[in-house]
Design a protein around this ligand. Sequence first.
Ligand code: NAI
Ligand code: 13P
Length: 335
Amino acid sequence: MTKAAVFGTGSWGTTFAMLLAGAGTETTLWGRRAEIVEAIDRRHENPDYLPGTVLPDALRATTDPAEALDGADFVVLAVPSQTLRGNLTAWKPHLPPEAVLVSLMKGVELGTTKRMSEVICEVAEVPQERVAVVSGPNLVGEIVLGQPAATVVACPDERVAERLQEACHLPWFRAYTNPDVVGVELGGAVKNVIALAVGVAAGMGLGDNVGAMLMTRGLAEISRLGAALGADPHTFAGLAGMGDLVATCTSPLSRNRTFGENLGKGMTLEEVIAATKQTAEGVKSCESVLELARKHDVEMPITEVVVAVVHDGMPPSEAGMLLMSRSPKPERYGV
Ligand SMILES: NC(=O)C1=CN([C@@H]2O[C@H](COP(=O)(O)OP(=O)(O)OC[C@H]3O[C@@H](n4cnc5c(N)ncnc54)[C@H](O)[C@@H]3O)[C@@H](O)[C@H]2O)C=CC1
Ligand SMILES: O=C(CO)COP(=O)(O)O
C-alpha cells in the first residue's frame, strides 16, 4: 500500500490528506499543535481549519515527524512558503531515502526568490526528479463539500507524476500530470498576487471589466515571467495557470482576493492582517515575485502596484491611476 506523510494541518494540508486517504493511500498528518493533532486522530475533525467536516477514520495524525515519515513514499509539504526552509531542515534527518517530496505551496521565498521545489531540492539535497508539485484551482471550501475539482501534478519524471496522480485521484477529484514544474509553480504563486489586485479593485466598488482586465493582463505578466524562466507557455492556459487564476480572483473563498478586497474597502494593513486567520501567500510573495522579475528584466506592472499598495502604503486609487496611465502598447510584448 502507498504511504504518505502530510506536513501541515492547515486547510489545504488536511484536505489533501483527506483526498489521499480517500484514494486508498495510507496517510498520516503531522501538525505542530497537539490539540489539533488529537482532534484529527481521535475525533476525525479539524475544528480550527475545517469546522463541520468529518475526516476519514483511516486518517492518522501525530506531532512526531519521525513517526509521520516512517516508511512514507510521498512526503507532502503544506506549511507557509516562508517557513518551509526552516521546517524541512528540522525534518530532513527523518526523510526516507527514496521518498518523493511533494509541494502544495503557492509562494516564492523572500530573500532567495526561489520556488518551493527549488527550496526543497536544496534543503533535502534531492534531485528534481524526486520533487513534485500539486497546483490548480483547488479552493478548499468547495473540495471539502465533495464538489468536483481538478488539479495538476507536476514532476520532470513522468512515472513519479503518474504514481502521485494515482495516489490522489478520485471520481470527483481529477489529477492531470505535467512535466513543467516551473510553469505550474509560477502559475500558483503569481495568481495570488493578481488576486490581491482584483480584490482591491472589487473592494473599491469597481466592476467586472476591471476584474477581467486585471486577470488577463495578470496572465500576461505570469506568461512573461514564465518565458524568462523557461516554463512551457501552454501551462498558463491550463488548470495551474488560467484555471487557478480565475478561481482565486473571482471566489469569495480566496484568502488573497479577500485580503485585497478589505484593503480596497479602506481597512488599514494592520486591520486586514488581524482579520486574516489563514495564509494569504501573495502578501509576502508579491515582494519576492517582483524581485524575481527584476532579476530577469521582466516587466510586471500589476505586481509592482500590489507591492506598493500592500507594503508601501500607496492608496489603491493612485495604484489604479498608475496602471491606467502607462504608455499605450501592443497587447503582446516582451514574450
Ligand atoms: N487553502 C487552499 O484553498 C489552498 C492552499 N494552497 C496553498 O497551500 C499552502 C498551505 O496553505 P493552507 O493550508 O491553506 O494554509 P493554512 O493557513 O490553512 O495552514 C497553514 C498551516 O501551517 C502551519 N504553520 C504556520 N506556521 C508554521 C511554522 N512556522 N512551522 C510549521 N507549521 C506552520 C499552521 O499551523 C497550519 O497548520 C499555501 O502555500 C497555500 O497557498 C494551495 C491550494 C489551495
Ligand atoms: O490556491 C488557492 C485555490 O487554488 C487558494 O487561494 P487562497 O490562498 O487565496 O485562498
